[in-house]
Design a protein around this ligand. Sequence first.
Ligand SMILES: Nc1ncnc2c1ncn2[C@@H]1O[C@H](COP(=O)(O)OP(=O)(O)OP(=O)(O)O)[C@@H](O)[C@H]1O
Ligand SMILES: [Mg+2]
Length: 289
Amino acid sequence: MSTRATDTTAPAPLLELSGLRKEFGGRRTNVAVDDVSLDVHEGETLALVGESGCGKTTLTRLLLGLLEPTAGRVRFDGQDLAALTASELRGVRRQMQVVLQDPYSSMNPRMRITDIVAEPLVTHEPDARGRRARARTRERVGELLEAVGLDAGIQDRYPHEFSGGQRQRVSIARALALRPRLLVLDEPTSALDVSVQATVLDLLADLQQRLRLTYVFVSHNLAVVAQVADRVAVMSRGSLVEVGEATAVLRTPRHPYTRRLLDAVPVLDPRRGRRAAERASLPAPEANR
Ligand SMILES: Nc1ncnc2c1ncn2[C@@H]1O[C@H](COP(=O)(O)OP(=O)(O)OP(=O)(O)O)[C@@H](O)[C@H]1O
Ligand SMILES: [Mg+2]
């Protein structure tokens, strides 16, 4: 952790992005991310919103250390990603995991659930490899499946045997395998039916509390954002145009772009924020959908 001479009371942010820029080459340079500075604090959900192509996924790939910035810096837990050795970077990266919109495309259909969930363990932990580790790894996979509301007994089945919601739970289990501190959720429920979406959002809220996770939640669905976000960052054409408390940004957007974004969602009632969602007793997660 970095210590700050100027402020001894507030903890340093878990994630600090400063002056991030990403250009993609070609004959005409495309600036996908333009001078983005943003802090994400431990335990919060920061929603990243903005229209398609505005740079949300590129920004998440920069913060995960999967893309190298053209300029600017990413610090995770006080450590500058660009200053780390390859093995240090691996150590930091395992603390940040990602869940994507379409889990099916990132799952090998010929792999059993057990091997899909165990993949990060086997990759990162020598102890989890080999025949002697098998029983212990299966036990750990069983715990992970149960933590996401699935039956530990599904380990020998294949992804196509499950519904979209169940597959998304499997990919959340895989993302949790290395006990990360930060999850990047890039449109995690956008491909799901509304009722299933609600159960997965519920699961994510529950996991966040139990495991003290920090979420960067990318979504273009502002109704979902109103439900999950503590803070909202609004992106337009590569830049952040507004960052603030979710209720403030959604109720009284300051930037014209945010107002236009909100105007496009007539059903949204920003008073139904996260606290309201917690009070309204949401249905228990249902694994069998
Ligand atoms: N690997 C790449 N090479 C070249 N250009 C890219 C690459 N990745 C993204 N871009 C460009 O960067 C811009 C931002 O793309 P990005 O995928 O980050 O947007 P997004 O906000 O995630 O969009 P969506 O909501 O549709 O997922 C787009 O103009 C895109 O074409
Ligand atoms: Mg995207």
